[in-house]
Design a binder for this molecule. Structure first.
Ligand SMILES: [Zn+2]
Ligand SMILES: [Zn+2]
Length: 140
């Protein structure tokens, strides 16, 4: 399946030629802050399958892991497009909300649930990880 997408104002468009290698929602504090309170919902693609056209701005933060995850967004309308982490080189976490419907992408797990607010409603069918992965405390 090929995917297309766009930001809220249309200044940035996306085309994705490959299949997603995963999809997850992230409840880390940084995602809650940037997403307005809920999780970010992301489909993970290999970066070389993603084409982004238009002017894109990038911000980032210093994570507890010592790495610096980044977030690409449209500087005209503020729509979040994708996240990248040094922990996942060559991969892009595309925000599912920017992709044109219909598509087949749904979160398959919930991560960083230990940071979710008490009022969070998380699909009980989704596998949960308190942090990023079962074995580490890396924070992206
Ligand atoms: Zn825009
Ligand atoms: Zn997150």
């Amino acid at each position: 399946m090929a995917y297309t997408g766009r930001c809220l104002c249309g200044a940035v468009t996306l085309r994705i030629a490959g299949e997603a290698v995963g999809a997850a929602q992230c409840w880390c504090r940084q995602c809650q802050t940037s997403a307005g309170g809920g999780p970010s919902n992301n489909a993970i693609f290999m970066a070389d399958s993603v084409t982004i056209e238009g002017n894109v701005a990038t911000t980032g933060w210093h994570a507890a892991s010592g790495t610096r995850p980044t977030l690409d967004f449209c500087p005209a309308c503020g729509t979040h497009l994708c996240g990248r982490s040094p922990l996942g080189p060559g991969m892009m976490a595309i925000r599912i909300g920017v992709l044109d419907q219909p598509h087949d992408l749904v979160p398959r797990m919930a991560i960083w649930t230990e940071e979710a607010p008490a009022w969070a409603v998380i699909d009980p069918a989704l596998p949960r990880m308190a942090r990023q992965t079962p074995e580490d405390g890396e924070h992206t």
